[in-house]
Write a protein that binds this ligand. Sequence first.
Ligand SMILES: [Zn+2]
Length: 526
Amino acid sequence: MKRRLLLILLSLCSFNLLFASLIGKLIVVDPGHGGKEDRGATGTILEEADINLKVAKYLRELLEECGATVIMTRTSDRTVSLAERANLANRVDADLFVSIHFNSMKNTPNSDFSIAYYSAYSADYARNVADYLIESFKKYVGTSGDAGPGDVYLMREVKVPAVLGEPCHVSNEEREQWLNEEENLKAVAIAYKEAICRLFDSEIPELNLEAVEEINSWDFNIDCSQNIDKAFAFFDKQPLNVEIQQDRLFISVPENISPGKYFLTVYAIGKNGVYSKKYTKWIQFNPPVDSVKIEIFPDRAPAIAGSYYKIDLIPYARRHCVDKEPLSVKVSDGFITKSGNSLIIPYMGIDEVCITVSYEATELTVPLLFSGDTWVEVVSIYSDDGTFLGIIENTGEPVTISYDGYERVIYNQTPVKPVSFKSIRVNRTLEGFLKGKKIIIAASERKESFEKIAQILQNYGCDAEIVIVQSKRDEINLMRRASSVDFIFLISLNINLKPRYETFFLSDEKELDRAIELLKKAGGIG
Ligand SMILES: [Zn+2]
């Protein structure tokens, strides 16, 4: 026995040399069970509650020798609830929570295997220890086994990385004899210590949230170790953008996140693939208020009775404030209409008006000058898919722009002196596309719903007519008329019109929506 003890002491020393790396680490050691009520697994002479405590005390000593700060959930034989154990680890924000147990399996002689559970929280970090633990148990206890996620109360409630080890079975007679010797309990403690040292020796990425208090901008940064490959940050469950620059993480908040109190979570993956623990903190996020700027383009407007002037509002800040309250717009004289991101200001016979736009704490006032002498429009025309169709110089006469069924007339009667360009988009509409088009709705009987289709089409400005086809003669008449109409809807009719015009087959009258969709498609309307 003496020889074995010596061997263990030797290896203990060598590991201290190799892994004297626990300085600054806070480890909570949790001897399972305890107190009169809860003895844990029992053998014929040993009770788990006692040997857990012994192993834990040895482990505390070993970890402290390596520089760690160790907190025990109990140091005597007393009752400690699972909630108290978890709360302690969470409260001190431990780097690791280690729960010490032994297993029991009555009536199963070959029960000498080990198991290590890791917590769901910071699973990748805790799983490393669990894997190391299994290797350590094999080496120091002589049992082999598995590591897996632990879906038990303790492993769920502990919000720091946690492992729970069951190195062997106290219910196994031979093993119980083994555990009855102090040096073997020390060996179990060494197994834990070695696994823990291996974890902290593997260059775990470290982050520091201490400096993060209130966040008063759209960006903030935190200190981190230099071995980080990837990093992730969240406000509650909403991901933030993270950029790694040497020893800092630059984190920016997406513009759709509102001011408020958030649970900040940050973690990283090291260049060696090792996960950091999850660093968390409640923080208040107060981004600066947004501002807007008004762009007047051009800066003079036509001073003609009945004319109006359009001003584009351009959001200045990250958030698209223009379409949101509490943007408010006032004009010193007259009135103003807001249309999308534009303001429409009619000429009211006053040469200069002041426009005031306010948003949150920002307020901007811009003068707008109406004068009759320098106004002309040169209009670039784009189709709704953005294709450039051409430029029309507006010479003062009304100009009609027509585009595939849609027309727009621009009135401008001021003197000609080109000053600037202005773009408008001519959006193709179903109304514009159908205006003046001839459509026949052909069906075998007249129904109220067909009248509805016809009415809707007429509302779109086309000439829609219902034709009843009941005989061969009706069919021939329809074919004869087909060449003079633009579209034919055949409802539940099977007539081969071989047309040069477009024919839509509808199975019944319920397909009104589809009819409209087909027309939109035919017109290339999105
Ligand atoms: Zn137990």
